[in-house]
Design a protein around this ligand. Structure first.
Ligand SMILES: Nc1ncnc2c1ncn2[C@@H]1O[C@H](COP(=O)(O)OP(=O)(O)OP(=O)(O)O)[C@@H](O)[C@H]1O
Ligand SMILES: [Mg+2]
Length: 249
């Protein structure tokens, strides 16, 4: 299980995450929602080790990850994809993934050892198949559609063979149809791979349709947590969203 306890992080005067305690059971699919600036991306940054909390713990099966390097956290099984996809524009999809497998295995193995390309390609292929990216294997990353760039970013996270996969707005910037295609892929991935998936999502139709459980952040605090049914009817959540609507977001 992944859990955070009393997690806090401020940036100057802004308390981005305040005293957050949450649990994510192993193998669960959970949505993290909340208005813009609620602290959702910061929450992922704290779990993945991209930033260090001012206070609190991040526990993966009882081990505190706080203070570990990002690389160590990856090797313990936490990987993420980003709100804005991080791609290498001059490499093809296959080249990108092969390089990622090489880098990952190189780290895990004996220092300086290079893994045979065929072995790396096998894993790349597997990940491309998982996400339906195989047709784009030889496409330059820069030439991919926005949706496929997001998929490539998720593929890069999957190369790391995570037990916990963090997806920051996998459907950001997509039209309605493309959104459902993306989330369908995420859902099937979760079903098949049996990993813990936590995703940040603004589209409530998607959240209520696929997330087994939901955590709501607002101004850095946990506003609510529960099932889709519980969150949908929660007056605090409704007020938080109506509140942001009237502020024009
Ligand atoms: N590196 C940083 N330096 C300074 N302030 C930051 C930094 N990262 C986040 N913040 C601030 O922390 C708060 C939470 O930001 P965060 O990006 O975590 O929100 P979010 O819920 O992901 O928002 P969105 O839905 O717009 O992506 C915001 O007020 C933001 O300006
Ligand atoms: Mg964000």
């Amino acid at each position: 299980m992944l859990s955070v306890e009393y997690l806090s992080k401020s940036f100057g005067g802004v308390a981005a995450i305040r005293d957050v305690t949450l649990e994510f059971p192993t193998g669960s699919l959970t949505a993290v929602i909340g208005p813009n600036g609620a602290g959702k991306t910061t929450f992922f940054n704290l779990i993945s080790g991209a930033i260090v909390p001012d206070d609190g713990r991040v526990l993966l099966d009882g081990t505190d990850l706080v203070g570990m390097s990002h690389t160590e956290i990856v090797h313990r099984g936490v990987a993420r994809a980003f709100q804005v996809a991080s791609i290498f524009p001059t490499l093809t999809v296959a080249e990108t993934l092969d390089a990622a497998v090489q880098a990952h295995r190189g780290h895990a193995g004996v220092l300086g050892r290079r893994f045979p390309l065929a072995e790396c390609q096998e894993r790349s292929r597997e990940v491309m198949d998982m996400l339906g990216l195989a047709d784009e294997a030889d496409t330059l990353s820069a030439n991919l559609s926005h949706g496929d760039q997001k998929l490539l970013d998720i593929a890069l996270a999957l190369i790391l063979q995570p037990r916990v996969l963090l997806l920051d707005e996998p459907t950001a910037g997509m039209g309605p149809e493309e959104r459902w295609q993306m989330i369908d892929k995420v859902y099937r991935l979760w079903e098949r791979e049996k990993m813990t998936v936590i995703f940040i999502e603004h589209d409530m139709d998607i959240v209520f349709k696929i997330a087994g459980s939901i955590r709501v952040l607002c101004y850095g605090r946990v506003l609510a947590e529960g099932t889709a049914e519980q969150i949908r009817g929660n007056p605090d959540v409704i007020a938080a969203y109506l509140g942001t609507e009237t502020r024009g977001h």
